[in-house]
Design a protein around this ligand. Structure first.
Ligand code: NAI
Length: 260
């Protein structure tokens, strides 16, 4: 089998790290990107960082990337979460798309979240989809003022990312160019992002109440990594615009059959 080249953001920790390691263990080539500690150091909350990601990815890959896996994200109730989770993810996918066009079997995957189904701020979601990053940061700053709305920056960023992806995936740029574009939406994954939340029995119980996962509960990053690598692999020829909930049943519990 021909070796493929993957670009994985968030590769220094959690799901991104597990994904990079899984791909490498299968003999694939991985270019990792993160704030630090990987092949490319780039801050995806800034336009300089986003430009650096694309420039360095081009150089390191030699101009061809077979799979882009946009994992990097933040869950803090602060405005920069909006920049990384939405604009950083779009900059990764759209910025690296020209390199995917040079692959014989290009694939792109993002990491969304079950939080996209939780309480969110519709105004912020609309700004993400139709406004500017400056406006999104201003709205996020307002939400960040109160603990009860601060967490909506995260859920809104993931909701907007899912909505963007559903629309973009079928366009000439993606499906029309032969690039499957999909996402996973994990439930609670045991990574540094959730470490504090699950550190105590009380924390675990509270989380279980907020995000019930009847099938096997919270899981290790490798579970998400396996799905990501399949979606970014050659075998995935026809999934398009899907947000796949790998969440132990949380989505099915919450939405039941209402999606049909
Ligand atoms: P993590 O905290 O272990 O890894 C996230 C990585 O993103 C870190 O290495 C971090 O340095 C990087 N990152 C953060 N800000 C960045 C920036 N400005 N520029 C470049 N890289 C940056 O967390 P985890 O759990 O692996 O999260 C990965 C993705 O999975 C995120 O998008 C997160 O929202 C999503 N997710 C996680 C869930 C969980 O329960 N852990 C559940 C659902 C979604």
């Amino acid at each position: 089998m021909t070796q493929r080249t993957y670009l994985v953001t968030g590769a220094a920790s959690g799901i991104g790290k597990a994904t990079a390691e899984l791909l490498i263990s299968r003999g694939e080539r991985v270019i990792g990107a993160d704030l630090q500690g990987t092949d490319i150091s780039a801050d995806l909350s800034t336009s300089e960082g986003r430009q650096a990601l694309v420039a360095q990815a081009k150089e390191l890959s030699g101009g061809v990337i077979d799979g882009v896996i946009a994992v990097a994200g933040l869950s803090h109730p602060i405005p920069v979460t909006a920049s990384v989770n939405y604009y950083g993810a779009l900059a990764t996918l759209e910025g690296l798309r020209p390199l995917l066009l040079n692959s014989a079997a290009p694939r792109a995957v993002a990491v969304d979240s079950m939080a996209s189904l939780q309480t969110h701020d519709e105004e912020l979601v609309e700004i993400f989809l139709h406004g500017t990053e400056e406006e999104a940061l201003a709205r996020s700053a307002t939400l960040a003022e109160k603990p009860e709305t601060g967490h909506q920056i995260y859920s809104s960023s993931k909701r907007a990312l899912a909505r963007w992806l559903r629309t973009a995936a079928t366009t000439d740029e993606w499906a029309g160019a032969g690039i499957p574009l999909n996402a996973i939406a994990p439930g609670v994954v045991l990574t540094p992002m959730t470490r504090e939340l699950v550190a105590t029995p009380e924390g675990r119980a509270a989380l279980n109440e907020k995000v019930p996962m009847p099938l096997n509960g919270p899981f290790e990053a490798e579970v998400a990594a396996r799905l990501l690598t399949w979606l970014a692999g050659v075998e995935n020829s026809h999934l398009c615009g899907q947000i796949i909930f790998v969440d132990g049943g949380f989505d099915a519990l919450l939405r039941g059959d209402s999606t049909w």
